[in-house]
Ligand binder design. Structure first.
Ligand code: NAD
Length: 447
């Protein structure tokens, strides 16, 4: 199958490389010449485990190309995937300008050959209809094109595995021709008996938005339970285990922390809330999950100040800048929120991350001047009054606690992700503050 992917970000590049690995001929298009040059030079512009090797292998096999020439890619392709950004617009709703600009641009290159236009970007329900109108307005009258929704559920950090072994593939279309082409594209997944859910376009769009909102609600729920555990003297991990063993609830997405971030949950929940309001079906539960998350993001700073007093002039070490481990993505990362709060309050911030320092520096912009970026945990901890773990990178699970305590000035350790064993932290001479666990916790045991 000849496939064009428009947009080579986290979703477009992974999709393109994986489709090429399935054996399809893939051209990835990006409007950023710099990004295309980087990819042609064999470099991947962000950190995603295994992606550089997958790109290299498929490019070498001649199945994966990169271009900024949309016209040539569209002319060759039978199926065109849209994987451009859908950031937050004013008022919270999804900003579809990248999607619409891409569709308007590709219309000029369509002929009378049948093609399938697939939205992989996360878009609000109703976008498929809007794109059909755009095509009618901008494409030649003889154009033969089906619009399909095929939302993407991959997670950064495990994107390749998620794409190659998804829980399900959702395909929204009312065209039989497009449905069989889409099934053919995903045929390699039939080997693993991957469920393929066929729906109409609006339903597929809704599934993606509802899935992200539901996961965000679960996170906000367990964060509030964790905050209550902090006050009430219970252990949130055992609570989560007790909940998760109930098959009606399940154990996933019940891990408390400093609030959710990333390029999806914050904007997608706000987009759903805005859509609900505009269509007269308010999404109160999601609206509350958003409010709870904003509060949770502010809480880590408050935990530091509750122990240290005003942080002006104090040195705070921040471990982890990416919004989660195994990615260099810092979009809406709770750690950046904390860095901004600390810097605004006059603290000396010393921050580290295994892969996301440059991304954090760029994202903080002028504010980056107030943050000293250092190579590792012991550099960050030197003469610090407090150490805060904000991303659950594996290397932070096995910190040399006695060494860190030795090089620090103070003894406060705020483990916002609950990655450490409380008794080990206390034994190393720290005051331990977590999210919903007691300093000397009795772990839940199954007998
Ligand atoms: P991104 O910002 O990383 O990448 C978007 C890319 O599109 C950029 O490289 C940009 O240069 C390019 N682009 C923009 N306009 C273009 C145009 N007209 N022509 C060609 N290229 C163009 O975005 P992302 O994180 O990959 O997300 C893409 C979409 O997928 C979003 O809708 C997002 O919500 C959704 N999504 C993201 C994830 C994730 O984990 N990042 C997961 C599932 C779904």
């Amino acid at each position: 199958m000849d496939i064009a992917i428009v947009g080579t970000g986290y979703v477009g590049l992974v999709s393109g490389a994986c489709f090429a690995d399935f054996g399809h001929a893939v051209v990835c298009v990006d409007s950023s010449e710099a990004r295309v040059e980087t990819l042609r030079a064999g470099k991947v512009p962000y950190y995603e485990p295994g992606l550089a090797e997958l790109v290299e292998r498929n490019a070498a096999a001649g199945r994966l190309e990169f271009t900024s020439d949309l016209g040539s890619a569209v002319q060759r392709a039978t199926v065109i995937f849209l994987a451009v950004g859908t950031p937050e617009g004013n008022g919270g709703q999804a900003d579809l300008s990248q999607v619409e600009a891409a569709v308007r641009a590709l219309c000029a290159h369509l002929d009378d050959r049948h093609r399938v236009l697939v939205t992989k970007s996360t878009v609000p329900v109703g976008t498929g209809t809007r794109l059909q109108e755009l095509i009618r307005a901008h494409a030649p009258s003889f154009t033969d094109i089906d619009v399909v929704s095929n939302p993407e559920f991959l997670r950064e950090g495990s994107a390749i595995n998620d794409f190659m072994r998804p829980d399900r593939v959702v395909i929204g279309t009312s065209s039989g021709r497009a449905a069989s082409i889409m099934r053919e594209i995903y045929r390699p997944l039939y080997l693993f008996e991957t469920p393929v859910l066929m729906t109409d376009v609006p339903t597929a769009e809704m599934i993606k938005t509802a899935a992200n909102a539901f996961l965000a609600v679960r996170i906000s729920f367990i964060n509030e339970i964790a905050n209550l555990c902090d006050r009430a003297g219970a252990d949130v991990h055992s609570v989560a285990k007790g909940l998760g063993l109930d098959k009606r609830i399940g154990s996933k997405f019940l891990h408390p922390g400093p609030g959710y971030g990333g390029s999806c949950f914050p904007k997608d929940t706000r987009a759903l809330a805005a859509l609900g309001t505009s269509l007269g079906a308010p999404q109160r539960i999601v609206e509350t999950a958003i409010t709870v998350n904003e509060r949770q993001k502010a809480l880590t700073f408050e935990k530091v100040e509750a122990r240290l007093g005003p942080v002006a002039g104090r040195t705070i070490a921040v471990l982890g800048l990416a919004f989660k481990p195994n990615t260099s993505d810092v979009r809406e990362a709770p750690a950046l929120h904390l860095c901004r709060q600390l810097a605004a309050a006059g603290a000396v911030v010393r921050a580290s991350d295994p892969v996301a320092i440059e991304e954090a520096r760029t994202a903080l912009g002028a504010g980056a001047g107030a943050v000293e970026f250092v190579a590792d945990a012991s550099d960050a901890a030197r003469a610090a009054d407090a150490l805060v773990i904000m991303t659950e990178w594996n290397e932070y699970r096995s910190l040399d606690l006695p060494l860190l305590r030795q090089v620090m000035r103070g003894n406060l350790l705020v483990d916002a992700r609950n990655v450490l064993e409380p008794h080990a932290v206390v034994a190393a001479g720290f005051e331990y503050v977590s999210t919903g666990r007691q300093a000397v916790a009795v772990a839940g045991t199954l007998v």
